[in-house]
Design a protein around this ligand. Structure first.
Ligand code: AMP
Length: 280
């Protein structure tokens, strides 16, 4: 695996790969890699792509400075995992490389998508996500971009940004990888102690229970029960919502046929966890 730290070097190398006929697949991450990330790398390689992974803890997408300061960094282990998986290139830029002095941020017109769920509870978050993924797409110019369904709304936002900016990159959304307990893998899980990790299992249990108890009609009690169960386990809930799986319009009463997804975000102490499950 080649480790690259500057945009210029990345462009030189990837330009040669593209000229040589390679198709480029890209997996952007913030590091502290786990099997969720590695499944994206594996799919990218299985698709016969020259696989580029980036690790960059992007300051502009953190609306909470202490969340940024405490974001786990395990770079040596990450490099070993990527090498073992057969990743071709790791792009590991500094903050100065991505945001040089005088950098001016674009504003992305994300419309409704930015007003709900993560957009509502993390003001500015998706603008930061778009900024960095836009910059990374300009550097890597991938044919395919691999992202996890774990961040359901983020996938929709990036799809919109790709359209707004006119990239020809194809977004490939991959399923959420879970621990055997059901807990969705996340870098933030590293911040949970054993007791908190045991409590965190409630998140996926609540989602699977919502799927099991889903009936056509009013969805208020389904959401309310989920919220209550999380609160009983000591969570502070930001939201438990059910939305149209295609456009994230909030669904309060289900007609029994529309594809819907349950999404939630909740704090366990200072650690904020998110998860989602397509219900139908
Ligand atoms: P992050 O490093 O958390 O920004 O995530 C980088 C990419 O990995 C994003 O596309 C995430 O959606 C994806 N990802 C994170 N956790 C998982 C998971 N448990 N399963 C599948 N993909 C994931």
């Amino acid at each position: 695996m080649i480790l690259i730290k500057t945009i210029q070097q990345a462009r030189n190398l990837l330009g040669k790969q593209q000229a040589g006929g390679s198709s480029i697949g890209f997996v952007p991450t913030m590091g502290a890699l786990h099997n969720g990330h590695m499944s994206l790398i594996k799919t990218c390689l299985d698709d016969d792509q020259y696989c580029v992974c980036s690790i960059f803890v992007n300051p502009t997408q953190f609306n909470n400075p202490s969340d940024f300061a405490r974001y786990p960094v395990t770079i040596e282990k990450d490099i070993r995992m990527l090498e073992a998986a057969g990743c071709n290139m790791l792009f590991l830029p500094s903050v100065e490389e991505m945001y040089p002095a005088g950098y001016t941020a674009l504003h992305y017109d994300l419309g409704y998508l930015e007003t709900i769920l993560e957009g509502e509870f993390r003001p500015g978050h998706f603008q930061g996500v778009c900024q960095i993924v836009d910059k990374l797409l300009a550097v890597v110019a991938p044919d395919k971009l691999y992202m996890g369904q774990k961040d359901y709304q983020q996938c929709m936002v990036i799809k919109k940004m790709i359209n707004l900016r006119g990239y020809s990159t194809e977004l490939k959304i991959q399923p959420t990888i879970r621990e055997t307990s059901g807990l969705a893998m996340s870098s933030r899980n590293m911040r949970l102690d054993d007791e908190a990790k045991a409590a965190a299992i409630t998140i996926s249990q609540v989602l699977f229970q919502m799927k099991e108890n889903l009936r056509a009609g009013d969805l208020a009690s389904l959401k309310q029960n989920a919220r209550q169960r999380l609160e009983q386990q000591g969570f502070t809930v930001d939201y438990v919502e059910i939305a149209d799986a295609n456009d994230l319009q909030i669904v309060n009463a289900w007609d029994g046929s529309r594809s819907i997804v349950a999404l939630l975000a909740a704090f366990l102490g200072e650690v904020r966890l998110i998860d989602n499950l397509v219900l139908s």
